[in-house]
Design a protein around this ligand. Structure first.
Ligand code: CA
Length: 287
């Protein structure tokens, strides 16, 4: 049968950082109808397992924006690491520009000791410049960014590369628009890289062939799933590649207009079980 791909943040996870009972039930019903449910996220694999474990879900997982894929039992199915020479150059550039970054590897998310101070200083500098509402929005995103599982703090980026851990994704993060725009402009034309964004404050760099969409197409092939019966649901720019390979794409109501413009359907927001509603619509369409 078909394939159902679901993004996590802003999509399956609500604003209380949980997967609702309604969404869990819808996933189980989809499985009962014979569909294979796949998580497609920018998060690292081990971080996703922590989140799914709390919801007692065991699913195929596309991590690091398509640089990895694992079976529900944890077997690696796809691994598209970035050349370490490339990763090193990116890390050096980001450090020179005083931009906070995280290096997503096979075994950990590496961060330089003290690097978080960059983010705290940025937030401090915005306190008197933005509205209360925007300041709360910024703090909510900061909290979310720093609450992943698997952080390892290192003294220098050389230490990261000396571990020989496979590097899947470099996530750059800044609350200062100018810094982010400078970074995006620096890397967006590089042919050896894919650049995506998954929040208003980040940009992420991976191997050129790594994308959520490519990973879905690959999974469909190796698992012998019919992409003519397929859906994807997401809220961010890094979900558009998934929308392009499925028959029924759903943008969350909390997605930007740009993302909505790439989707066939719009579902409710992540606090109103938009995923469950999309899944039931998809099941109806494919009865
Ligand atoms: Ca998302």
């Amino acid at each position: 049968m078909g394939l159902i791909a679901i993004d996590l943040d802003g999509t399956l996870i609500n604003n209380q950082h949980e997967i609702s009972a309604e969404n869990i039930n819808a996933i189980k019903q989809a499985q009962e109808h014979g569909h294979t449910v796949v998580i497609g996220t920018g998060r690292a694999y081990f971080d996703v397992q922590e989140i799914l474990g709390k919801a007692s879900l065991s699913l195929y997982t596309i991590g690091a924006n398509g640089a990895t894929a694992h079976s529900p039992s944890g077997t690696s199915i796809l691994s598209v690491p970035m050349p370490s020479t490339k990763a090193k150059k990116i890390a050096m550039w980001l450090e020179k520009k005083d931009i906070y970054y995280e290096v997503f590897c096979e075994n950990a998310i590496y961060v330089l000791k003290g690097a978080r101070d960059i983010l705290f200083q940025e937030v401090d500098s915005l306190r008197d410049k933005v509205s209360n509402e925007d300041f709360q929005f910024i703090n909510m995103h900061l909290e979310k960014q720093l609450s992943q599982t698997g952080y390892v703090f290192v003294d220098s980026f050389q230490e990261i590369f000396d571990t020989k851990d496979k590097i899947y994704n470099i996530l750059a993060y800044s609350f200062i628009n100018e810094k982010r725009v400078t970074g995006i402009n620096e890397f967006k034309e590089e042919k050896e890289l894919t650049l995506v964004t998954s929040s208003p404050f980040n940009f992420e760099l991976e191997h050129q062939e790594a994308s959520k969409g490519n990973a879905i197409a690959y999974l469909a092939k190796v698992l012998n799933l019919d992409l003519n019966v397929s859906m994807a649901v997401g809220d961010s720019e890094n979900d558009i590649s998934m929308f392009k390979v499925v028959t029924d794409s759903f943008a969350m109501d909390n997605a930007s207009d740009e993302v909505k413009g790439h989707a066939k359907h719009i579902t409710s927001n992540n606090d109103e079980n938009g995923v469950a509603k999309a899944i039931y619509q998809f099941i109806e369409l494919n009865k």
